[in-house]
Design a protein around this ligand. Structure first.
Ligand SMILES: Nc1ncnc2c1ncn2[C@@H]1O[C@H](COP(=O)(O)OP(=O)(O)O)[C@@H](O)[C@H]1O
Ligand SMILES: *[C@@H]1O[C@H](CO)[C@@H](O)[C@H](O)[C@H]1NC(C)=O
Ligand SMILES: *[C@@H]1O[C@H](CO)[C@@H](O)[C@H](O)[C@H]1NC(C)=O
Ligand SMILES: *[C@@H]1O[C@H](CO)[C@@H](O)[C@H](O)[C@H]1NC(C)=O
Ligand SMILES: [Mg+2]
Length: 350
């Protein structure tokens, strides 16, 4: 009995074949067209601005991955990730370029057990602050003291000059792109100061090189925060303030309220140091931005237009300094007005 329907379904007769193939080809063509259109209208614009926040908490997406994957577990980190070479090291972590499913990733390992609290704090911050401002977390294993993040081949902001000096990047080594970097940087501070976890201070920034080493330059030349190991909470409504680190700070880079306020011959005691708020980050903006602006044609013109807002950042009275959002708004205005000026100048030349 069962043979009969099978006989009936026997392949098409010889005369039917061309029609059948024609229909099949038409269907394939339509599918390809549909696919291309969909790709054009929906996929391309989205993948050009892949935002990790578009994955739910506990999931990630990077590069050209279409779906969100759950953060890798200890087991997966141990078996699926192959450590290749060391690419960086700080006081807390040693970072290795590694491979996971033929993708490049960054594996961070705790360097010294004494730093484990900072390491775990940083992990907690990474987990909670996933957004376009923060490096994408791919997984972690508290038991092994490892964290897996997206790998950024251009490394930290410390390499900015060398990178933009490469012939490959000469075309983006302009005041416009550099001002855009400064806007990314201030945008990150603004995010941290109004984060889902309240007002967070970027404490691991006691000098310029150290500050630069906490941020990564992405391949599309934007900035993400990477090292969140020291992000204490300020709560203005409960009067909770912070102290960055346990040691005496020196120099002009840190805010004046971070310095030892007593006579030099009085021995430093952490308890005697007054605490402060997120305005210490604002004090440092002019120095970091000036580094980001560099010394290309137009850098000094931009510096000139940022003079007033930067002077306000350097107010010795913290409450008189602008917020990161104020600074960002001013940067944006300056970028737009300078672009308009350049455009009308170009139009006049034509
Ligand atoms: N995802 C990454 N891609 C490329 N380089 C990285 C990455 N993460 C860290 N690095 C490099 O490792 C350095 C140290 O990393 P960081 O997280 O700041 O460690 P620490 O907490 O010890 O200061 C960074 O300054 C950077 O040069
Ligand atoms: C660069 O890539 C990041 C994600 O990696 C994205 O958030 C950002 O919008 C991109 N920037 C540009 C200018 O395409
Ligand atoms: C940039 O490149 C030039 C040569 O192309 C070199 O002389 C100069 O030192 C480089 N600067 C930096 C900061 O690497
Ligand atoms: C800040 O303190 C207030 C009052 O004590 C409290 O209600 C609020 O939850 C705190 N905010 C954060 C982010 O901890
Ligand atoms: Mg660091």
């Amino acid at each position: 009995m069962e043979q009969i329907p099978q006989e009936g379904r026997k392949g098409p007769s010889h005369r039917e074949v061309p029609r059948f193939v024609g229909l099949l080809l038409a269907m394939v063509l339509m599918n390809v067209l549909l696919y291309l259109c969909l790709d054009w209208f929906f996929i391309s614009p989205r993948s050009s601005a892949v935002d990790p926040s578009s994955c739910p908490h506990g999931y990630f997406r990077m590069g050209h991955m279409t779906n969100c994957s759950p953060w890798l577990t200890c087991e997966q980190l141990r078996t699926e990730v192959r450590q290749l070479k060391r690419v960086g090291e700080g006081a807390v972590k040693r970072v290795f370029l590694s491979e996971w499913k033929e993708r490049k990733v960054a594996l961070s390992r705790l360097t010294r057990l004494e730093m484990r609290d900072d390491f775990l704090h940083g992990l907690q911050m990474l987990k909670s602050l996933q957004s376009k401002h923060v490096v994408t977390l791919l997984g972690y294993c508290e038991e092994d003291n490892t964290i897996l993040t997206e790998y950024h081949p251009l490394g930290s902001l410390s390499n900015l000059e060398e990178t933009l000096n490469l012939s490959k990047y000469q075309h983006v080594n302009t005041w416009q792109h550099r001002l855009q970097l400064a806007m990314d940087y201030v945008g990150i501070l603004s995010y941290l100061h109004q984060s889902p976890l309240g007002t967070r201070v970027m404490c691991d920034s006691s000098d310029l090189p150290k500050t630069l080493s906490q941020y990564l330059l992405t391949s599309n030349l934007s900035i993400v925060a990477n090292d969140l190991d020291a992000l204490p909470l300020v709560n203005h409504s409960s009067g909770q303030l912070v102290k960055c680190g346990h040691r005496q700070l020196h120099g002009e880079f840190v805010a004046p309220e971070q310095l030892w306020p007593y006579r030099e011959d009085m021995p430093f005691q952490e308890e005697l140091l007054p605490s402060y708020d997120e305005k210490v980050d604002i004090w440092k903006i002019p120095d970091v931005s000036s580094f980001l602006l560099g010394h290309v044609e137009g850098s000094d013109m931009v510096r000139f237009h940022l003079f007033d807002i930067h002077q306000a950042c350097k107010s010795r009275i913290p409450t008189e300094r602008p917020t990161a959002q104020d600074v960002l708004d001013t940067y944006r205005e300056v970028l737009h007005s300078l672009r308009d000026t350049m455009m009308s100048q170009t139009r006049e030349m034509l």
